[in-house]
Ligand binder design. Structure first.
Ligand code: GDP
Length: 326
């Protein structure tokens, strides 16, 4: 259905996001879209407890980025962070492989307190966003517990943060399991956001561990949101540029699973009919033809979002592309 608008920035969009790559594009979209037109749905499969605290790394990366609070150098945590508690915890012998700064700790302390009081993660996130001045909607994919498990050659099955942070993504990946996914329901607001959306954007996040858990939660929904009978336009932006990731293990995961890492491999991973369109980096423009061969409309542009301006420009390019597909 053609939306009754000529300005792509007035489209209603749901963006699916993991951490770093997801947060950057969400920030670009938030720069050019009215709050009521954008909902960001964030992976919670990486969530875990550490020092007795509930930590939601992807949700926090997205919120800190949208709130202008993020540490853009590390890609995680808060800017202008201090480490007093962490240093004292280390001195007391607490596990120190996952670094938690003082400002970041406040988020986890208050989230944990409220979760223990039976408040849902989605409600807590909404309230935190309001207090951080974030006007666009950010929703966890679910309020139910889901735990991404990474099956590895050397160490067997590892909880995600154990693999990602403690083992620095070094073990060879054999596969993934999302514990709890079959009984996890979409968080309140997720289905409503899809219902009113003109299109869905898969941000350049890790397909295996950031986006797949979100898609798996949505897959059983009836009526379906995407695919042959779902009717929504779905466009993904490649997290793999020139065969490499900007950050993180996505390319390494493709290779270890026996798939040559490339933007084309990402397009194939999501596949048609799920994907309507696929955004590749200009340096991968030669992959446009094979992407089109999958029955997916390709579009190439600069997808490196190292600056705020690049984020906004990519977001605008993605919206213009969607407008042409509608
Ligand atoms: P994580 O949960 O923190 O690992 O974050 P995500 O899954 O959201 O993001 C990881 C992916 O983001 C990696 O595959 C990166 O290649 C990709 N990424 C990070 N920055 C950029 C960028 O500026 N442009 C593009 N296209 N991808 C990016």
């Amino acid at each position: 259905m053609k939306p009754n608008t000529t300005n792509p920035s007035d489209l209603k969009i749901v963006a699916l996001a993991g951490g770093v790559g997801g947060a950057k594009l969400a920030d670009g979209l938030a720069q050019i879209m009215q709050p009521e037109n954008l909902t960001v749905i964030v992976n919670t499969g990486d969530d875990f407890t550490h020092w007795g605290l509930n930590i939601s790394p992807d949700l926090d990366t997205v919120c800190y980025t949208l709130g202008g609070l993020a540490n853009s150098v590390t890609g995680w945590g808060r800017m202008d962070e201090s480490w007093s508690v962490f240093e004292q915890m280390e001195r007391l012998g607490a596990e120190a492989w996952f670094r938690l700064g003082d400002k970041d700790l406040a988020t986890h302390l208050e989230r944990t307190r409220r979760l223990r009081g039976e408040e849902p993660l989605s409600g807590i996130t909404r309230d935190f966003c309001r207090r951080w001045g974030i006007r666009h909607a950010v929703l966890p994919m679910t309020d139910d517990p889901v735990a991404t498990m990474v099956d590895t050659v050397e160490m067997g099955e590892l909880a995600f943060q154990e693999y990602f942070v403690h083992q620095r993504c070094e073990p060879t990946v054999k596969g993934f399991r999302f514990a709890g996914i079959d009984s996890a329901r979409p968080a309140p607001g997720v289905i409503e956001a899809f219902e009113k959306a003109d299109a869905v954007v898969i941000c350049p996040s890790n397909p295996w561990v950031s986006v797949d858990p979100i898609l798996k939660i949505l897959a059983p929904l009836n009526p379906p949101i995407f695919g042959e009978n779902g009717g929504k336009i779905l466009v993904a932006v490649s997290p793999i540029i020139g065969g490499k990731t900007v950050k993180g293990p996505a390319a390494k995961m493709f290779a270890e699973l026996g798939i040559e890492p490339s933007a084309l491999a990402v397009a194939r991973h999501y596949g048609s009919p799920l994907l309507t369109g696929f955004v590749l980096d200009t340096i991968d423009a030669d992959l446009s033809e094979p992407v089109a061969g999958l029955g997916i409309v390709p579009f190439s542009t600069n997808t490196i979002m190292n600056l705020s301006d690049n984020r906004r420009q990519l977001a605008q390019d993605v919206l213009n592309f969607i407008q042409r597909l509608l």
